[in-house]
Write a protein that binds this ligand. Structure first.
Ligand code: ZN
Length: 307
Protein backbone atom coordinates (compact mmCIF):
# COMPACT_ATOMS: atom_id res chain seq x y z
CA UNK A 1 0.00 0.00 0.00
CA UNK A 2 1.26 3.46 -0.90
CA UNK A 3 2.34 5.44 2.13
CA UNK A 4 1.00 8.97 2.38
CA UNK A 5 3.55 11.72 2.22
CA UNK A 6 4.03 13.47 5.54
CA UNK A 7 4.28 17.20 5.99
CA UNK A 8 4.43 19.25 9.18
CA UNK A 9 2.35 22.41 9.52
CA UNK A 10 2.65 25.04 12.24
CA UNK A 11 0.37 27.96 12.85
CA UNK A 12 2.35 30.11 15.26
CA UNK A 13 0.13 32.55 17.11
CA UNK A 14 0.61 34.97 19.97
CA UNK A 15 -1.61 32.88 22.25
CA UNK A 16 -1.19 29.38 20.86
CA UNK A 17 0.84 27.23 18.49
CA UNK A 18 -1.12 24.68 16.48
CA UNK A 19 0.88 21.85 14.93
CA UNK A 20 -0.32 19.21 12.50
CA UNK A 21 1.14 16.37 10.48
CA UNK A 22 -0.33 14.68 7.42
CA UNK A 23 -0.43 14.70 3.66
CA UNK A 24 -2.79 17.69 3.61
CA UNK A 25 -5.34 19.33 5.95
CA UNK A 26 -7.91 16.65 5.15
CA UNK A 27 -5.55 13.73 5.76
CA UNK A 28 -3.91 14.56 9.06
CA UNK A 29 -2.43 11.84 11.25
CA UNK A 30 -1.75 14.01 14.30
CA UNK A 31 -2.37 17.49 15.57
CA UNK A 32 -1.73 19.33 18.80
CA UNK A 33 -2.04 22.82 20.26
CA UNK A 34 0.34 24.39 22.76
CA UNK A 35 -0.03 27.69 24.63
CA UNK A 36 2.51 30.33 23.57
CA UNK A 37 4.75 30.77 26.60
CA UNK A 38 8.48 31.44 26.28
CA UNK A 39 10.14 30.73 22.92
CA UNK A 40 12.36 27.95 24.29
CA UNK A 41 9.52 26.19 26.10
CA UNK A 42 7.05 26.55 23.23
CA UNK A 43 9.46 25.56 20.46
CA UNK A 44 10.74 22.72 22.66
CA UNK A 45 7.22 21.29 22.88
CA UNK A 46 6.66 21.76 19.15
CA UNK A 47 9.88 19.90 18.31
CA UNK A 48 9.08 17.13 20.78
CA UNK A 49 5.63 16.72 19.23
CA UNK A 50 7.00 16.35 15.69
CA UNK A 51 9.66 13.89 16.85
CA UNK A 52 7.02 11.74 18.53
CA UNK A 53 4.90 11.77 15.36
CA UNK A 54 7.93 10.77 13.28
CA UNK A 55 8.55 7.84 15.62
CA UNK A 56 5.05 6.57 14.99
CA UNK A 57 4.44 7.48 11.34
CA UNK A 58 7.84 8.06 9.73
CA UNK A 59 9.93 10.92 8.43
CA UNK A 60 8.36 14.33 7.83
CA UNK A 61 9.35 15.54 4.35
CA UNK A 62 9.03 19.28 4.85
CA UNK A 63 7.52 21.87 7.17
CA UNK A 64 5.47 25.00 6.64
CA UNK A 65 5.20 27.73 9.25
CA UNK A 66 2.63 30.54 9.27
CA UNK A 67 3.64 32.93 11.99
CA UNK A 68 2.53 35.95 13.93
CA UNK A 69 4.97 38.76 13.49
CA UNK A 70 6.37 40.93 12.24
CA UNK A 71 8.68 38.34 10.66
CA UNK A 72 11.72 38.52 8.39
CA UNK A 73 10.88 37.01 4.99
CA UNK A 74 13.85 38.37 3.03
CA UNK A 75 15.83 35.51 1.56
CA UNK A 76 19.51 35.91 2.30
CA UNK A 77 18.90 38.15 5.30
CA UNK A 78 20.83 37.03 8.40
CA UNK A 79 17.60 37.15 10.37
CA UNK A 80 15.49 35.34 7.73
CA UNK A 81 12.95 33.11 9.44
CA UNK A 82 12.88 35.14 12.64
CA UNK A 83 10.02 36.78 14.41
CA UNK A 84 11.50 40.30 14.59
CA UNK A 85 10.16 43.30 16.48
CA UNK A 86 7.03 41.74 17.92
CA UNK A 87 5.39 43.36 20.95
CA UNK A 88 4.97 39.79 22.28
CA UNK A 89 7.35 39.78 25.23
CA UNK A 90 10.38 37.49 24.93
CA UNK A 91 9.76 36.67 21.26
CA UNK A 92 11.79 39.45 19.65
CA UNK A 93 14.42 38.04 17.28
CA UNK A 94 13.26 34.44 17.74
CA UNK A 95 14.78 32.30 14.95
CA UNK A 96 11.80 30.03 14.54
CA UNK A 97 12.80 28.54 11.16
CA UNK A 98 16.43 27.98 12.18
CA UNK A 99 15.33 26.14 15.33
CA UNK A 100 13.25 23.71 13.34
CA UNK A 101 15.72 23.30 10.52
CA UNK A 102 18.59 22.50 12.94
CA UNK A 103 16.44 19.74 14.37
CA UNK A 104 14.86 18.15 11.28
CA UNK A 105 17.14 19.10 8.33
CA UNK A 106 14.34 19.25 5.78
CA UNK A 107 12.94 22.11 3.63
CA UNK A 108 10.89 24.65 5.57
CA UNK A 109 8.46 27.16 4.11
CA UNK A 110 7.79 30.29 6.12
CA UNK A 111 5.35 33.17 5.83
CA UNK A 112 3.06 35.43 7.81
CA UNK A 113 -0.05 33.96 9.41
CA UNK A 114 -2.29 35.87 7.01
CA UNK A 115 -0.34 35.04 3.84
CA UNK A 116 -0.47 31.44 5.06
CA UNK A 117 -4.24 31.58 5.49
CA UNK A 118 -4.57 33.06 1.99
CA UNK A 119 -2.45 30.20 0.58
CA UNK A 120 -4.50 27.60 2.44
CA UNK A 121 -7.79 29.09 1.23
CA UNK A 122 -6.48 29.21 -2.34
CA UNK A 123 -5.50 25.55 -2.37
CA UNK A 124 -8.41 24.05 -0.44
CA UNK A 125 -10.94 26.74 0.43
CA UNK A 126 -12.73 29.89 -0.71
CA UNK A 127 -9.92 30.98 -3.05
CA UNK A 128 -9.81 27.89 -5.26
CA UNK A 129 -9.25 28.71 -8.94
CA UNK A 130 -8.28 32.31 -8.13
CA UNK A 131 -4.85 33.93 -8.33
CA UNK A 132 -5.38 37.31 -6.68
CA UNK A 133 -6.69 36.77 -3.19
CA UNK A 134 -7.06 38.95 -0.14
CA UNK A 135 -7.31 37.42 3.32
CA UNK A 136 -8.03 39.73 6.24
CA UNK A 137 -8.10 38.58 9.83
CA UNK A 138 -10.01 40.65 12.35
CA UNK A 139 -9.05 39.34 15.76
CA UNK A 140 -7.11 40.84 18.65
CA UNK A 141 -5.30 42.72 15.88
CA UNK A 142 -6.05 43.17 12.18
CA UNK A 143 -3.79 41.73 9.50
CA UNK A 144 -4.02 41.21 5.78
CA UNK A 145 -2.34 38.72 3.49
CA UNK A 146 -2.49 38.92 -0.27
CA UNK A 147 -1.63 36.63 -3.14
CA UNK A 148 -0.91 38.05 -6.57
CA UNK A 149 -0.46 35.53 -9.40
CA UNK A 150 -0.81 32.90 -6.68
CA UNK A 151 2.26 34.19 -4.82
CA UNK A 152 2.19 35.90 -1.43
CA UNK A 153 3.23 39.55 -1.45
CA UNK A 154 6.34 40.19 0.63
CA UNK A 155 8.07 43.33 -0.63
CA UNK A 156 10.23 45.51 1.57
CA UNK A 157 9.09 43.80 4.77
CA UNK A 158 5.57 42.48 4.31
CA UNK A 159 2.23 44.24 4.06
CA UNK A 160 0.70 45.48 7.32
CA UNK A 161 -2.79 46.17 6.10
CA UNK A 162 -4.26 46.47 9.58
CA UNK A 163 -2.50 49.76 10.14
CA UNK A 164 -3.89 51.78 7.23
CA UNK A 165 -5.53 55.12 7.98
CA UNK A 166 -9.24 55.45 7.41
CA UNK A 167 -11.74 58.29 7.90
CA UNK A 168 -12.61 58.68 11.57
CA UNK A 169 -15.48 60.95 12.54
CA UNK A 170 -14.53 62.03 16.06
CA UNK A 171 -17.96 63.58 16.67
CA UNK A 172 -19.66 60.23 15.98
CA UNK A 173 -16.97 58.12 17.62
CA UNK A 174 -14.71 59.99 20.06
CA UNK A 175 -12.66 56.85 20.87
CA UNK A 176 -9.04 57.80 20.16
CA UNK A 177 -8.10 54.27 19.01
CA UNK A 178 -6.03 51.58 20.67
CA UNK A 179 -3.00 51.13 18.38
CA UNK A 180 0.18 51.90 20.35
CA UNK A 181 1.81 53.15 17.15
CA UNK A 182 -0.96 55.06 15.38
CA UNK A 183 -3.93 55.44 17.69
CA UNK A 184 -6.87 55.40 15.30
CA UNK A 185 -5.56 53.31 12.40
CA UNK A 186 -7.92 50.52 11.24
CA UNK A 187 -6.59 48.10 13.86
CA UNK A 188 -6.83 50.83 16.50
CA UNK A 189 -10.53 51.30 15.73
CA UNK A 190 -11.93 47.96 14.61
CA UNK A 191 -9.85 45.13 16.11
CA UNK A 192 -11.01 42.94 18.96
CA UNK A 193 -8.64 44.83 21.28
CA UNK A 194 -10.13 48.14 20.15
CA UNK A 195 -13.69 46.89 20.70
CA UNK A 196 -12.76 45.71 24.17
CA UNK A 197 -11.14 49.05 25.01
CA UNK A 198 -14.00 51.06 23.46
CA UNK A 199 -16.99 49.17 24.88
CA UNK A 200 -15.55 47.44 27.95
CA UNK A 201 -16.30 43.92 26.77
CA UNK A 202 -15.04 41.50 24.14
CA UNK A 203 -16.66 41.35 20.69
CA UNK A 204 -18.19 37.97 21.53
CA UNK A 205 -20.19 39.62 24.35
CA UNK A 206 -21.63 42.42 22.17
CA UNK A 207 -25.20 41.62 21.07
CA UNK A 208 -25.96 41.97 17.35
CA UNK A 209 -27.98 45.16 17.90
CA UNK A 210 -25.12 46.90 19.71
CA UNK A 211 -24.05 50.23 18.14
CA UNK A 212 -20.46 48.91 18.03
CA UNK A 213 -21.22 46.78 14.98
CA UNK A 214 -22.26 49.59 12.64
CA UNK A 215 -19.03 51.39 13.48
CA UNK A 216 -16.91 48.26 13.00
CA UNK A 217 -18.59 47.54 9.66
CA UNK A 218 -17.99 51.12 8.59
CA UNK A 219 -14.31 51.03 9.51
CA UNK A 220 -13.72 47.62 7.96
CA UNK A 221 -15.66 48.74 4.89
CA UNK A 222 -13.31 51.70 4.44
CA UNK A 223 -10.27 49.45 4.76
CA UNK A 224 -11.60 46.77 2.42
CA UNK A 225 -12.58 49.32 -0.24
CA UNK A 226 -9.02 50.63 -0.20
CA UNK A 227 -7.64 47.10 -0.62
CA UNK A 228 -10.14 46.30 -3.42
CA UNK A 229 -9.13 49.46 -5.29
CA UNK A 230 -5.41 48.79 -4.77
CA UNK A 231 -5.12 45.03 -5.33
CA UNK A 232 -8.27 44.19 -7.28
CA UNK A 233 -8.60 40.83 -5.52
CA UNK A 234 -10.84 38.17 -7.04
CA UNK A 235 -12.14 37.28 -3.60
CA UNK A 236 -12.00 38.92 -0.16
CA UNK A 237 -11.88 36.43 2.70
CA UNK A 238 -12.56 37.73 6.21
CA UNK A 239 -11.54 35.56 9.16
CA UNK A 240 -10.58 35.98 12.81
CA UNK A 241 -12.47 36.09 16.09
CA UNK A 242 -14.40 39.33 15.50
CA UNK A 243 -15.75 37.97 12.18
CA UNK A 244 -17.40 35.09 14.07
CA UNK A 245 -20.24 37.62 14.42
CA UNK A 246 -21.73 36.48 11.11
CA UNK A 247 -24.15 39.45 10.90
CA UNK A 248 -21.06 41.58 10.28
CA UNK A 249 -20.65 40.18 6.76
CA UNK A 250 -23.82 41.73 5.33
CA UNK A 251 -23.14 45.02 7.07
CA UNK A 252 -19.66 45.11 5.53
CA UNK A 253 -20.95 44.07 2.08
CA UNK A 254 -23.50 46.91 2.16
CA UNK A 255 -20.87 49.41 3.25
CA UNK A 256 -18.42 48.31 0.55
CA UNK A 257 -21.15 48.50 -2.13
CA UNK A 258 -22.11 52.01 -1.02
CA UNK A 259 -18.52 53.24 -0.86
CA UNK A 260 -17.56 51.82 -4.26
CA UNK A 261 -20.64 53.54 -5.69
CA UNK A 262 -20.73 51.42 -8.87
CA UNK A 263 -17.19 52.41 -9.82
CA UNK A 264 -15.73 48.89 -9.96
CA UNK A 265 -17.43 47.27 -12.93
CA UNK A 266 -17.60 43.61 -12.09
CA UNK A 267 -20.57 41.35 -11.46
CA UNK A 268 -18.68 40.03 -8.42
CA UNK A 269 -19.05 43.41 -6.77
CA UNK A 270 -22.28 44.63 -8.39
CA UNK A 271 -24.38 41.46 -8.30
CA UNK A 272 -22.65 38.74 -6.32
CA UNK A 273 -21.03 40.51 -3.42
CA UNK A 274 -22.20 37.72 -1.08
CA UNK A 275 -19.81 35.42 -2.94
CA UNK A 276 -17.09 38.10 -3.16
CA UNK A 277 -16.71 39.04 0.52
CA UNK A 278 -16.83 35.71 2.31
CA UNK A 279 -15.76 33.85 5.46
CA UNK A 280 -12.87 31.37 5.16
CA UNK A 281 -14.20 28.05 3.81
CA UNK A 282 -11.66 26.30 6.04
CA UNK A 283 -12.77 28.23 9.13
CA UNK A 284 -10.13 28.21 11.85
CA UNK A 285 -8.02 25.75 9.82
CA UNK A 286 -7.01 28.18 7.07
CA UNK A 287 -3.64 28.83 8.74
CA UNK A 288 -2.85 25.15 9.23
CA UNK A 289 -3.83 24.51 5.62
CA UNK A 290 -1.45 27.32 4.68
CA UNK A 291 1.32 25.52 6.56
CA UNK A 292 0.71 22.42 4.45
CA UNK A 293 0.80 24.49 1.26
CA UNK A 294 4.05 26.16 2.36
CA UNK A 295 5.58 22.74 3.11
CA UNK A 296 4.56 21.47 -0.34
CA UNK A 297 6.05 24.55 -1.96
CA UNK A 298 9.26 24.20 0.11
CA UNK A 299 9.62 20.64 -1.23
CA UNK A 300 9.57 21.93 -4.78
CA UNK A 301 11.58 25.07 -4.20
CA UNK A 302 14.08 23.85 -1.57
CA UNK A 303 14.59 25.20 1.89
CA UNK A 304 14.09 28.93 2.17
CA UNK A 305 17.17 29.23 4.39
CA UNK A 306 19.56 28.29 1.62
CA UNK A 307 18.03 30.06 -1.36
ZN1 ZN B 1 -1.64 50.98 13.90
Amino acid sequence: MKRDRLFGSIEAGGTKFTCAVGEDPFRMVAQKTFPTTTPSETLGRVIEFFHSVEEEFGKIEAFGICSFGPVDLRHGSPTYGCITSTPKKGWEQTPIVQNLEAEFRVPIGFDTDVNGAALGERRWGAGQGKDTILYITVGTGIGGGALVNGQPIHGLVHPEMGHVRIPHDHAKDPFPGSCPYHGDCLEGLASGAALNARWGKPASALESGHPAWDLVAEYLGFGIVNYILTLSPEVVILGGGVMKASHLFNRIRRKVTTLLNQYVKSPMVEEKIETYIVPPALGDWAGIAGGFELALRACTEGSNLHR
